[in-house]
Write a protein that binds this ligand. Structure first.
Ligand code: P6P
Length: 337
């Protein structure tokens, strides 16, 4: 495989980035990579086996769980358990955090927060879905990991990444030293480095938001949408609206092409819809490492102090010049929320 760098090789090469780690983080990233290949196999043949459709269960968000949601959740927890490098998993699909119950993992150094299959409402219509994960170092030292180990600010992340199961399957991650993307080559079953040192364009002309919620948007968001639609050749407006209902798909496209993704507060989601710990923090870490901005419209996502496992936040994320304009309008009209 001349000229090909696999995810495993890349992680080993970058081991020197973690002078204090003795390979545990590298092995943890490997475990996540393995589970995502298993999930990918099922996502890619979802239409062919009886794995489509609802599992008949509901998660803590009150959302009907698709069978692939449940399958993906099981696969990641199982890979993290057998890998032995993680002591707690906080997942969108479980009401409480999951202590990894194995002698090896009890004293493991790392915590994983994960949305095993984001955008799962798209599964049945074959639109890109994704996995989003954050990795933290545990804070507790007495062997019993607790909720305090999970409720850490986004700035405490040691790594974050996503897998997008789309026209191709990619794993994109950061450990705080830039962002690198790997495309799965099914012929060898390996993620291969395809997008080294990813950088989000400083500006762009794509805005991603569910305009169906327009009536209930904060005034600043309404003003931004109108700004995006005004004819202005100098700033390449009107922008293009692209929203696929899958955060990983929308943010990945904007990372490649430039753009802004906004999920603000709405009537049905007064605190925002997206979850801080396993959707917004990891995506914010990645986008900041790629040169972008991620805020709740006013404050940096990574600085938000978490208080609950499944807490939600508004999110404005993407090309810095575009997010700055949106934040400016949110500040200007903050009295009219
Ligand atoms: P809406 C998927 O459920 C998700 O969490 C994100 O992936 C996506 O961007 C958003 O919610 C879609 O929400 O309310 O526009 O359908």
């Amino acid at each position: 495989m001349s000229g090909i760098t696999t995810l495993g090789q890349f992680i080993i090469e970058k081991q020197a980035d973690f002078p204090y780690a003795k390979g545990e983080l590298s092995r943890l990233l490997r475990d996540i990579g393995i589970a995502s290949k298993i999930v990918n196999r099922e996502v890619n043949k979802a239409g062919l086996v009886d794995i489509l459709g609802a599992a008949g269960t509901v998660n803590i968000q009150g959302e009907g769980q698709q069978k692939l949601d449940v399958f993906a959740n099981t696969q990641f927890i199982s890979a993290l358990t057998s890998g032995g490098e993680c002591c707690i998993v906080a997942t969108e699909e479980e009401d409480e955090f999951v202590p990894i119950d194995s002698p090896v993992s009890k004293n493991a150094k790392y915590i994983v927060c994960i949305d095993p299959l984001d955008g799962s409402s798209n599964i049945d219509c074959n639109v890109a879905v994704g996995t989003i994960f954050s990795i933290y170092r545990r804070k507790s030292t007495n062997g019993v990991a607790t909720l305090k180990d999970v409720l850490q600010k986004g700035t405490e992340q040691v790594a974050a990444g996503y897998v997008i199961y789309g026209s191709s399957t990619m794993l994109v991650y950061t450990t705080g030293k830039g962002v690198n993307g790997f495309t799965l080559d099914p012929s060898i079953g390996e993620f291969c480095l395809s997008h080294p040192d990813m950088k989000v364009p400083s500006t762009g002309n794509i805005y991603s938001i569910n305009e169906g919620n327009y009536v209930h948007f904060p005034t600043g968001v309404k003003k931004y949408i109108k700004y995006a639609q005004v004819e202005d050749k100098e700033t390449n407006r009107p922008y293009t609206s692209r929203y696929i209902g899958s955060m990983v798909g929308d943010i990945h496209r904007n990372l490649i092409k430039g753009g802004i993704y906004i999920y603000p507060t709405t009537a049905s989601s007064p605190n925002g819809k997206l979850r801080l710990l396993y959707e917004c923090n990891p995506m914010a870490f990645i986008i900041e490492q790629a040169g972008g901005i991620a805020s709740d419209g006013f404050n940096r996502i990574l600085d938000i102090e978490p208080s609950e496992l499944h807490q939600r936040t508004a999110i404005f994320i993407g090309s810095p010049e575009m997010v700055k304009v949106a934040q400016g309008l949110m500040a200007e009209y903050s009295a009219e929320q």
